[in-house]
Design a protein around this ligand. Structure first.
Ligand code: AMP
Ligand code: GLY
Length: 429
């Protein structure tokens, strides 16, 4: 089978790495890919929102399955474009259509959906410019801190946690009136703050049935001990000790099952991943957000723990045969540390040569923002540059392996968190 992966980050390199291991994968293409993916497949230089050219490429190269990594093309309707184009309608697509992608593309839609189907989430109300005064009054009665979310996609920057009512009023006005995030903040969801530990849960569904993939913990802040601004994610650990049988039972019954049943009831034919960002509040799971894709860098810790042939699972999802699939999960702990460009998530420089990856033996190196320079030298080409994943019998062993290799890699102004997994070590000891 010829398989095309859309995207260029660490998540897409990890998907490529896992799909490449399948006997069923004859030819692998990554669009646009990075230096890491070019070593295991063929990179394709087409923009990820140019559906017409992607469609032509798919036909020219006899692609049978397309896996969509990031949310933007899903929200823009890549799956709908393929389904509506006769020559392309037979291609298996892993990723929902525009309607299902609204779970991530509109926070207001997602909150309404959860309310409609009784899925636990923080109390909320949505406001527009026309209801600004009502919104400002609503803030008066909420306890602090207050969470404000731009409705649409805002590159992970659309959530503000305000510590005072004055700050919250300012943010609400900025978003609605000054359009801080453009059209994405034409609507703002104001919600109650949930206090607890976060967890990322991943589901692969064919619209009827589902398999639950290994869960992971993400580290969003740039600095150690969760300090500094938010990033796309600086590390991941899987499994997560509090996600035990009892807790995951609640997640399945209260969140996963009503989500899949709700989508079906609403006539959404959903094939793809659902990433549920949730908060463990005193032993009970609450949904913070839905994403309609895998997480980055969680994928780099989750996929190495899946023992199944991923192409089997993806094919079953596309063919509505997930019911017969059992997932086999490696009990070892995977830890992922992300190496970033100095300055990220603010301004940073690119184009530095990366050294040390040749001497990596115990871990897997996933590329994110990299490109090949002259004589195939690997250069930095983004904020998040590499993700290193190590596996161990214990959290400790896994962390030791990962950091041993992380410390071998270098470039000018490289930065990474030194404390990935330390919180998990504390819980497990
Ligand atoms: P999101 O962009 O929806 O992933 O939100 C970014 C981050 O904001 C989440 O990962 C949480 O850490 C935090 N967050 C979002 N909503 C809430 C909430 N209701 N209570 C506490 N933290 C939240
Ligand atoms: N690591 C969080 C995300 O992928 O959205």
């Amino acid at each position: 089978m010829h398989i095309l992966i859309i995207g260029s980050g660490g998540r897409e390199h990890a998907l490529s790495w896992k799909i490449r291991q399948s006997q069923k994968c004859e030819n692998l293409f990554i669009l646009p890919g990075n230096a890491g993916t070019s070593a295991i497949g063929r990179n394709v230089d087409i923009a990820i929102d140019d559906f017409e050219r992607i469609g032509e490429f798919v036909l020219e190269n006899d692609i049978a399955m397309m896996v969509i990594g990031p949310e933007a093309p899903l929200v823009k309707g890549i799956a709908d474009y393929f389904k509506a184009t006769q020559a392309l309608s037979h291609i298996r697509i892993i990723g929902p259509g525009k309607n299902g992608a609204q779970l991530e593309g509109s926070k207001d839609f997602a909150k309404d959906f959860m309310q409609k189907y009784g899925i636990p989430t923080a109390g909320f109300k949505t406001f527009t410019k026309a209801s600004l005064d009502e919104g400002l009054r609503y803030l008066e009665d909420l306890s602090l801190p207050i969470v404000l979310k731009a409705d649409g996609l805002a590159a992970g920057k659309g959530v503000i946690i305000a510590q005072s009512r004055e700050e919250a009023s300012g943010v609400l006005t900025e978003m609605l009136v000054e359009k801080k995030f453009g059209e994405a903040s034409a609507k703002v969801v104001i919600e109650a703050f949930l206090s607890g530990i976060e967890l990322s849960v991943f589901v692969l569904t064919d619209g009827e049935d589902y398999v639950i993939l290994p869960e992971a913990k993400d580290y969003k802040r740039i600095g150690d001990n969760d300090s500094g601004p938010n990033t796309g994610g600086m590390g991941a650990v899987s499994p997560v000790p509090f996600a035990n049988h009892e807790f995951m039972g609640k997640v399945e019954k209260r969140i996963i099952q009503p989500t899949i049943a709700g989508l079906k009831k609403d006539g959404v034919d959903y094939c793809g991943f659902i990433f549920i960002g949730l908060m463990n509040v005193g032993g009970d799971p609450y949904v913070i957000e839905y994403n309609v894709r895998m997480g980055d860098p969680e994928t780099q810790a989750v996929l190495p723990r899946i023992e199944n042939d991923l192409v089997d699972l993806l094919e079953a999802a596309a063919d509505k045969k997930l019911k017969n699939q059992n997932i086999k999960i490696n009990p070892k702990t995977a830890t992922t540390v992300v190496l970033v460009s100095g300055g990220y998530p603010g301004a940073y420089e690119k184009g530095f040569p990366i050294t040390g990856t040749d001497s990596i033996q115990e871990t897997t190196v996933f590329h994110a923002g990299t490109r090949l320079g002259k004589e195939n030298q690997v250069l930095t080409h983004g904020g998040r540059v590499l993700a290193i994943t190590g596996m161990g019998e214990t959290v400790q062993e896994s962390l030791e392996k990962t950091y041993r290799d992380v410390n071998k890699i270098s470039w000018e102004k490289v930065n990474f968190r030194k404390d990935i997994g330390q919180d998990i070590l504390r819980i497990s000891n």
